[in-house]
Design a protein around this ligand. Structure first.
Ligand code: ZN
Ligand code: ZN
Length: 120
């Protein structure tokens, strides 16, 4: 696993296939720039207790070369739900339904996204 800076934090994500939550370790690599470093299984109660949904940051995200992908389905691609902001596994569909809140939408490419996280 790639070493983390002291600005690393974790965000909650949902697998669109398994409909199960997981956590992503995110590190800050510069002003408004983040990278996904690691992904791990977690239950939503624990994530909430540890404050993974406590703060929101906005920025561009890149994916580290050692990022293992979703622990449920292996997807390395993701989108963020336009309604609840959850990070969700992405498999190239044109239209997606958020496994967390049920919001249906189409994928649009964005340069900056909101990440809800904290606690790490
Ligand atoms: Zn997945
Ligand atoms: Zn949602």
């Amino acid at each position: 696993m790639t070493p983390l800076s002291d600005e690393a934090f974790a965000v909650m994500a949902m697998c669109s296939r398994a409909r199960a939550p997981y956590g992503i370790t995110v590190d800050k690599i510069g002003f408004g720039q983040f990278k996904f470093v690691w992904a791990f299984k977690i239950d939503s109660e624990k994530a909430h207790r540890e404050g993974y949904d406590a703060k929101t940051v906005r920025g561009g995200v890149t994916i580290d070369s050692e990022y293992p992908g979703c622990p449920h389905c292996g997807a390395k691609n993701f989108y963020t739900c336009g309604s609840c902001g959850c990070v969700v596994c992405y498999h190239g569909e044109e239209a997606v339904t958020c496994p967390k809140c049920g919001f249906r939408g189409t994928i649009t490419k964005v340069d900056a996204i909101d990440l809800k996280g904290g606690g790490y």
